[in-house]
Design a protein around this ligand. Structure first.
Ligand SMILES: Cc1cc2nc3c(=O)[nH]c(=O)nc-3n(C[C@H](O)[C@H](O)[C@H](O)COP(=O)(O)OP(=O)(O)OC[C@H]3O[C@@H](n4cnc5c(N)ncnc54)[C@H](O)[C@@H]3O)c2cc1C
Length: 238
């Protein structure tokens, strides 16, 4: 996957507390440039106290992070945010990843499988080079892919597959761009109150102090870092 990095960290305290959908704030450079930490989802966790981050390089922070070497120490704060909730009556989970939206969803898939749920994963990217390698996914996950140029899977966008899979699911979990959520919000076939999304907005402090990630919801103004990043799809005002 071009411009995409998978980093494994020894972080036993974070690994012990982390829930799927939570994130860490990462100091990307060696000093205070850039000043603000960057939010990254907890991608995977091991019982041995390791966590993985999966990120794409988009700007200064992630460029610096991508240059870190094996053995470096990273300064992280976390786990932060609320995370996804698998309801007790949910046995069939549908996960929808747009682009690198798989980052928080793989941890959720693992938890779902551990709890005896079935997991269907829909992954959509612009082209085949951006698709997460299917060989790295558990064979217990049923996976369908789309690419916008038709270079792998079904040609089109991932939301095109949701309608036929959502009927068979007790809950839907999604992570991707806002355009994907807007399209899902217009999909009358999705069960109300059974769709959780993770919002990856631009974030300042990550701990509810700066109000930089405030969004409009049906409950009023909320902060993505403190009240989210996971929200019910119906809660957010698009
Ligand atoms: C809760 C949360 C979890 C996240 N998890 C992941 C993850 O697991 N993997 C991953 O690759 N990314 C993730 N992101 C997005 C990631 O935080 C940003 O890509 C990163 O902060 C960019 O930092 P930068 O310094 O490289 O880019 P900057 O220099 O800060 O920005 C470069 C450009 O990207 C835009 N940008 C920055 N952040 C975002 C964003 N969140 N959405 C859209 N455009 C943005 C800026 O406006 C600017 O135009 C997550 C975001 C949030 C809020």
């Amino acid at each position: 996957m071009p411009q995409t990095h998978l980093v494994w960290l020894e972080a036993p305290e974070i690994a012990a507390d982390a829930r799927p959908g939570q994130f860490v704030m990462v100091r990307c450079g060696n000093n205070h440039d850039p000043l603000l930490r960057r939010p990254l989802s907890i991608h995977q966790v091991t019982a041995a106290g390791r966590i993985a981050l999966l990120f794409s390089v988009v700007g200064r922070g992630t460029v610096l992070l991508s240059r870190r070497q094996q053995g470096d120490c990273l300064d992280l704060v976390g786990p932060l945010g609320n995370g996804f909730t698998i309801e007790p009556d949910s046995h069939r989970l549908l996960l929808v990843a747009g682009g690198l939206g798989l980052a928080p969803l793989l941890f959720l898939a693992t938890k779902g499988l551990d709890e005896g749920c079935s997991v269907v994963l829909l992954m959509g990217t612009r082209n085949v080079s951006l698709l997460y390698p299917l060989s790295s996914l558990s064979s217990r996950i049923t996976c369908f892919t789309t690419t916008e140029d038709g270079s792998a899977g079904v040609k089109g966008v991932v939301t095109g597959l949701i309608a036929e899979c959502a009927d068979q699911a007790d809950q839907v979990f999604a992570c991707g761009p806002i355009s994907m959520y807007r399209s899902m919000a217009c999909d009358g076939g999705l069960k109300r109150g059974r769709v959780q999304i993770s919002l990856e907005v631009v974030m300042g402090c990550g701990v509810g102090a700066c109000y930089g990630c405030t969004i409009k919801t049906r409950k009023g103004l909320q902060q993505v870092c403190r009240d989210g990043p996971v929200f019910e799809l119906d809660e957010v005002v698009w």
